[in-house]
Design a protein around this ligand. Structure first.
Ligand code: AMP
Length: 218
């Protein structure tokens, strides 16, 4: 099951990916997570990416595509994978297809999480993330038991630097301009599956099990 998850920032792609990855035992590949790790570790990639990320701009295509193509050469992707936050431009999608043509098979489905701008802004601006385990909270919708502290591991919760209102607005504009055309791209290929951004994970399992025999939940 080779999936691309599409949708604006705040659509819930990351949250759904974590559950899908656990259920189907396939890797969750998030370019945002990979880049944030590189920033944290002070790697040259992180130093290059940080200024783009802080402004809510996209990191250059060749940098991000290179990371993903290398990742897809690892043996753990044989059974499938979930691409979260990649591709984000037509160029990335085309280069991904070219790279996959030279490997084994292409993408099976692009799941598009349709979400209103209002919901995306509300979700992103209220999001808090655990510094230690990465679990996501929301100040109103998923508050931790104790303010600022992770229920799971006791870690400190923080707001991502790009989750402030000004950067969020830019990220949504970048999505409209550069990522939304991918909906037409995958529709043309017959791979797009549109779902609601409010879809519960059990409903998502149902959608996938209608298409993939290996997505049946026992
Ligand atoms: P995300 O966690 O997916 O919201 O990504 C956070 C930030 O990382 C984005 O706002 C971009 O600056 C950068 N980024 C993540 N994925 C990509 C991508 N496929 N292409 C370019 N930039 C990306």
């Amino acid at each position: 099951m080779k999936l691309v998850l599409l949708g604006p920032p705040g659509a819930g792609k990351g949250t759904q990916s974590v559950v899908l990855s656990k259920q189907y035992k396939i890797p969750h590949i998030s370019t945002g997570d990979i880049l944030r790790e590189a920033v944290k570790a002070g790697l040259p990639l992180g130093i290059k990416a940080k200024s783009f990320m802080d402004k809510g701009e996209l990191v250059p295509d060749e940098v991000v595509t290179g990371i993903v193509v290398e990742r897809l050469k690892k043996p753990d992707v044989q059974k499938g994978y979930i691409l979260d936050g990649f591709p984000r431009t037509l160029k990335q999608a085309e280069d991904l297809d070219k790279a996959l043509a030279g490997m084994s098979s292409g993408i099976d489905m692009a799941v598009y999480f349709e979400t209103s701008v209002k919901t995306a802004i509300e979700r992103l601006c209220g999001r808090r993330v655990c510094k230690s385990c990465g679990f996501n909270y929301h100040v109103k919708n998923i508050p931790p038991k104790k303010e600022g502290v992770c229920d799971k591991c006791g870690g400190v919760l923080f707001q991502r630097p790009d989750d402030n209102e000004k950067t969020v607005m830019n990220r949504l504009k970048v999505y409209e301009d550069q990522t939304k055309p991918l909906i037409a791209y995958y529709t043309k290929k017959g791979l797009l599956k549109k779902v609601s951004g409010d879809l519960g994970v059990n409903e998502l399992f149902k959608v996938l099990s209608n298409t993939f025999s290996d997505a049946k939940i026992a």
